[in-house]
Design a protein around this ligand. Structure first.
Ligand code: GLU
Length: 431
């Protein structure tokens, strides 16, 4: 069956193969030496199944796709407050290599432009540039699930022609954003940009972001969910150079591109996409990569702002299970908005029952907000002289909270039996 998806990906890649617009990045001489025809597409599902099409094994340098990773590493290592003191989160509307800081805050506007990315490198705790690079490489490798290697030629080429980045480094030092030697920080930055990846590595990295920091193939937690949320946020607002607005409206996936020709795109909770094609548009984004992602998003409905029906689907059925006994059956993922609807519905119908039985045995996942709302429901009903029982065989709402165990049942029948006993015992009138 997996070949259905494979065939679809091969076909959509083939549809874009004839596009030859764009040009190789040539401000780093070594980048102008790659094969302009390379074209790879990889997709990783949230459980780590990989689809590959075309040149998915061709290695190229990660370049600016390193930026959200090092930003995530900085957040992971020193925390959001310390990172925010040195790097903003506002889109800049400027070119990626603009020699600028924010007029008011005097720090780089965001971590996706070179100024912010160079500042992020300087925030990684280490006792030497080599150690700092080793930590960075290890972190990226955790996302990719394999050890990434340095492209020495690109690194040397980038270092030899890096006047603009040097200007940025020294500017940052003058504003007090960079402590230490700018050249040492820049050297690590050139090395991180020169790590080699394939489109499959990018898809795996994307899937690790999609899974909130757990690499679905290795099962290893590389970083925490709050770090990922931050990194994805800046990818949404600033990830595609100054074409971020176009990208969000047309494609709608947190993403980052690099002048090496790669794009990583993430659909949180669902999948990671990696594309490779080194011909770039004037903003620095891969022409075929952008078009491919746009088609994938349109055809597969991947836009992250596609209005989901989840919360409406949460309440599957409500029915009467005896005189004054009503069952509310939920399913799917129970998040705040779904739980809020359940609570509102139970509240609206509270004159129709004496006992409400909430059946969560068909729920796959639940978040803390939904759990808090639902576990409060029983107490709220009791305060009105009614009862609220929960059919929660796996203990997803009520784990081991003393006092609440009494209202938790393994099956609807057990809850209905308890409700009948309660009703018939006349306890009702004593409430
Ligand atoms: N190493 C490149 C630079 O600093 C990265 C550029 C990019 O991919 O946007 O110029």
């Amino acid at each position: 069956m997996a070949e259905l998806v494979q065939r679809y990906l091969d076909q959509i890649r083939a549809e874009h193969a004839g596009v030859t617009d764009g040009a190789l990045a040539d401000y780093i001489p070594e980048l102008a030496a790659v094969d302009p025809n390379g074209f790879g597409l990889s997709l990783s599902s949230a459980d780590g199944f990989i689809y590959e099409s075309g040149d998915s094994a061709v290695e190229f340098t990660i370049q600016s796709i390193s930026k959200p990773l090092t930003y995530a590493l900085a957040l992971d290592q020193i925390g959001a407050e310390a990172v925010d003191a040195k790097i903003g989160v506002e889109p800049s509307g400027e070119a990626f290599n603009e020699i600028s800081v924010d007029h008011t805050t005097k720090i780089p506007k965001n971590p996706m432009i070179n100024a912010g990315a160079i500042a992020a490198v300087s925030l990684i705790p280490a006792s030497s540039p080599d150690e700092r690079f080793a930590v960075i490489r290890e972190f990226y490798s955790g996302f990719a699930g394999r050890q990434l290697e340095l492209d020495h030629d690109v690194y040397t080429s980038e270092k030899a022609t890096g006047s603009r980045n040097r200007a940025i480094g020294y500017m940052l030092q003058s504003f007090g954003v960079l402590d230490g030697d700018p050249d040492e920080v820049l050297d690590v930055y050139y090395r991180q940009c020169s790590l080699r990846v394939t489109s499959t590595d990018l898809a795996k990295m994307g899937a690790t972001f999609a899974r909130g920091g757990v690499n679905p193939q290795t099962g290893r937690r590389v970083t925490g969910a709050s770090v990922v949320k931050r990194a994805l946020s800046v990818m949404v607002t600033c990830g595609m150079y100054d074409a971020a607005g176009d990208w969000v409206s047309a494609v709608g996936l947190p993403a980052k591109s690099g002048v090496g020709g790669g794009i990583v795109a993430v659909l949180p909770g669902q999948l990671g996409i990696g594309t490779y094609s080194p011909l770039l548009d004037e903003k620095g984004n891969s022409v075929r990569g952008v078009r491919l992602c746009r088609s994938l998003s349109e055809q597969l409905g991947l836009h992250f702002l596609t209005v989901s029906r989840d919360s409406r689907a949460t309440l599957r059925a409500t029915y009467k299970a005896g005189e004054g006994i009503r069952v509310y059956e939920t399913h799917g993922d129970l998040l705040f908005s779904g739980a809020e609807q359940v609570v509102r519905r139970v509240d609206r119908e509270r004159n129709d029952f004496d006992v409400a039985i909430l059946d969560v045995s068909g729920v796959d996942d639940i978040d803390d907000a939904a759990r808090a709302l639902l576990s409060g429901m029983s107490a709220a009903l009791r305060a009105e002289g009614k009862e609220g029982y929960l059919v929660d065989p796996d203990g997803i709402v009520i784990r081991n909270e003393p006092g609440l165990e009494a209202v938790r049942y393994r099956a609807v029948d057990d809850a209905v039996a308890a409700a009948t006993t309660w009703r018939d015992s006349g306890l009702r009138s004593t409430h």
